[in-house]
Design a protein around this ligand. Structure first.
Ligand code: P6P
Length: 329
């Protein structure tokens, strides 16, 4: 701890790294590389309205979603930071059709899957957006193949997100609790601001896009109706859905609540991707004493079959998820 009582992300990572006998600094370097890319994206997002980066790029990504200019920019920043850091063998990105292997790094010990800028359609209207990342420690060396990314979420070495909102925060876990760091942009340093985050086991917030209600299965419709019930003339829940996963998740993690993106009749698997959205968020939630599910099993137990696979997603306060499953199932 520095005399000014600031614990920087670098201090924290080095300290934690020293606790792991096998730590060779590779993992610490990767987290710092991610933080560097996050600072660069923070800078661009906070001036997007002024620069030429606002708006759509005219490109449609592998998800058949219109790519925002900052999507592309963020993707390049993470790829470059992880490539230059030299500790990652390959990446999988929402913005890339296939995995990208880093030449000469076939023997690196880690691979990273990420959504460089989730919720980017909200950028133009000043709603918080975020980066989500998932880190696996490889079980072999040599050229990385897609199957190395198709591991259950419970095998993640680390997971985290960066939320670019009223402040920019990096929140991550390595399987020993969840910690949040707020960027002090005057000195360009992420500082520990939310140590040992725990999701309240209860919470009155439910986050779901009710515009899809008629497209949801009956169980989900029953749960929405349950959330709208009143007791003694007072509401039992508050609806909050901002259309940006990282923002909805982060609010619920601090205040308690549940986020649901279910399947619909036209998209039974839902919209959110397992590898670089649901798995990392589920690891964070469960490390913060919360819970996650696809409606049947824990997200972290799902065996991925494709790098851009989508799954129905429930995540948040333990009791809220359990109650929702009891109504849905
Ligand atoms: P809908 C943003 O595009 C995103 O991937 C998530 O961040 C968000 O939770 C979801 O889609 C919103 O989707 O269909 O409700 O607009």
């Amino acid at each position: 701890m520095r005399s000014n009582n600031i614990t920087t992300l670098t201090d924290f990572i080095l300290e934690k790294g020293n606790n792991h006998a096998e730590a060779t600094g590779d993992f610490s370097r990767i987290l710092n590389d991610i933080a560097l890319a996050g600072k660069i994206i923070h800078r661009e997002i906070n001036s997007a309205g002024l620069g030429e980066l606002l708006g759509a790029s005219g490109v449609t990504n592998v998800q058949e979603e219109e790519q925002q200019k900052l999507d592309d920019y963020a993707d390049i920043q993470f790829i470059n930071a992880l490539k230059m850091g030299g500790k990652v063998a390959a990446i999988a990105s929402e913005e890339q059709d296939d995995i990208l292997c880093f030449e000469g790094k076939e023997d690196a010990k880690y691979i990273v899957a990420f959504d460089p800028l989730d919720g980017s359609s909200n950028i133009d209207v000043n709603i918080p957006v975020g980066t989500i990342f998932s880190i696996f420690k490889r079980e072999r060396k040599g050229k990385v193949t897609q199957d190395e990314f198709l591991r259950k979420g419970k095998d993640q070495a680390a997971a985290g997100y960066i939320i670019y909102g009223s402040s920019t925060m990096l929140v991550y876990t390595t399987g020993n609790g969840v910690n949040g760091f707020t960027l002090d942009s005057t000195i360009g340093v992420f500082c520990l601001s939310h140590p040992n985050i725990k999701i309240p086991v209860e919470g009155g917030i439910y986050s779901i896009n009710e515009g899809n209600t008629e497209l949801y299965e009956e169980g989900i419709q029953r749960y929405i109706a349950y959330c709208k019930e009143t007791t003694n003339g007072k509401r039992t829940h508050t609806g909050r859905f901002i259309g940006s996963l990282v923002a909805d998740f982060h609010r619920n993690m601090l205040k308690g609540g549940i986020f649901i993106y279910p399947g619909t009749t036209d998209k039974p698997e839902g919209k959110l991707r397992l590898l670089y959205e649901c798995n990392p968020m589920a690891m964070i939630a469960e490390q913060a004493y919360g819970s996650s599910s696809d409606g049947k099993i824990s997200i972290l137990e799902i065996q991925p079959e494709a790098i851009h696979q989508r799954v129905p997603f429930l995540v948040g306060s333990k009791n809220k998820v359990e109650k929702a499953l009891s109504i849905i199932q």
